[in-house]
Design a protein around this ligand. Structure first.
Ligand code: KG4
Ligand code: ZN
Length: 345
């Protein structure tokens, strides 16, 4: 089954064609990053306007790159939630119109479930159940995954998302936009031990697997000097703070917060396979720290499938559509995650 997937939840206008939920025939991502960079963040009004201008060409290009015409598409999948409402509506409406005009089945999918599906497009698909690590600009979730559509949230951030913390720290210090890649790159040359930032005090009861990033963000942005580790032989006059040391120390701590809860969940559940997804799954420090754990099988999507893309949407659409699921053409977009068994903040 050849499925067209459309993604427009944030600042990537994306469309892809995927066969049988596995073979990526095309994956077109038109990024709006340069248009939002001047504002150090995504401007919702600009995002939805650009999606409206670009969506037709992006879908056309995805068909062209796949070597197919509209008549070859056998099903359409689109992101319905979560995301920026105005942006979601553009891709969702386009997908509905395409499906209606071609008289092919249509399915509205959840963006976070699609991030979880992304690694199945390249890797040997692991058997269920496994642990999911969903880390993006808007969400940080540790979950138990029993099927492509059966996810139970074990822990989530109680304040900022991890990607958001990368973006805010980067914005404050002018490291670049988006912050994740900028900090990851800067950190390569920095000393991760230059600052010792505190980890959140969350390990009891219902918060056992939860995450928090507002404390780290405040420490890095407002209380930097307080957490500086003096260098050996240092005199009373401290040398200037190096940007790369801030980046490396922040990144090390951000990853440590994630892994502390993740490893705790692995230990408690006995699940030894971890599947990561979302923009922060591209982080080099996270990848190398997880690779150190010989006792866990950690599966990451390839870098081009970590961020937002249409292939993960088309991929996830497949198991729904072959099961016979269909979304009505009046299905609504929603800013919040709708697909998980337990809700989270
Ligand atoms: O999944 P995504 O593309 O969009 C959302 O659904 O939010 O994730 C974007 C987030 C941004 O916060 C970005 O800074 C972060 O992923 N990110 C990274 C890296 N690449 C992207 N964070 C850390 N390290 C990276 N290499
Ligand atoms: Zn995303």
């Amino acid at each position: 089954m050849v499925i067209l997937g459309i993604e427009s939840s944030c600042d990537e206008c994306a469309a892809a064609v995927v066969e049988d939920g596995k073979r990526v025939l095309s994956n077109v991502v038109a990024t709006q990053i340069p248009f939002h960079a001047a504002y150090d963040g995504v401007v919702p009004e600009i995002a939805s306007r650009m999606h409206t201008e670009w969506i037709y060409s992006v879908v056309e290009e995805s068909l062209h790159q796949a070597g197919l015409g509209p008549g070859d598409i056998e099903g359409v999948a689109a992101t319905a939630h979560p995301g920026l409402l105005g942006s979601l509506l553009v891709g969702l409406s386009f997908a509905k119109a395409f499906a209606w005009a071609r008289n092919v089945p249509f399915i509205a999918v959840d963006h976070m479930l699609a991030h979880l599906y992304a690694s199945r497009l390249s890797d040997e698909a692991p058997d269920y159940p496994f642990l999911g690590l969903l880390v993006s600009g808007g969400h940080s979730i540790i979950c138990r995954v029993d099927n492509f559509d059966a996810v139970t949230v074990l822990g989530a951030t109680i304040d900022d998302a991890v990607g958001e913390a990368f973006d805010k720290v980067s914005k404050h210090y002018g490291f670049g936009y988006p912050g994740g890649v900028a900090i990851d790159t800067l950190a390569q040359t920095g000393n991760p031990l230059a600052f010792r930032f505190p980890l959140p005090n969350l390990h009891k009861g219902e918060h056992r697997y939860d995450l928090s990033y507002s404390g780290l963000k405040t420490a890095v942005i407002n209380q930097l000097e307080q957490f500086r580790v003096p260098e050996r032989g240092e005199t009373a006059i401290l040398p200037a703070v190096k940007p790369e040391d801030i980046a490396a120390s922040f990144q090390k701590t951000a990853v440590a917060i994630l892994l502390r809860s993740l490893f705790r969940a692995a230990e408690d559940t006995g699940l030894t396979t971890i599947v990561a997804g979302g923009g922060v799954a591209a982080n080099s420090c996270l990848r190398s720290r997880l690779a150190e754990r010989q006792d866990l099988r950690c599966i990451f999507p390839p870098l081009d499938l970590c961020g937002d893309n249409g292939a993960m949407i088309a991929g996830l659409g497949y198991p729904y559509l072959i099961r016979g699921d269909r979304s009505p053409l009046n299905v609504v977009a929603s800013a919040r995650v709708r697909a998980f068994k337990r809700n989270y903040p």
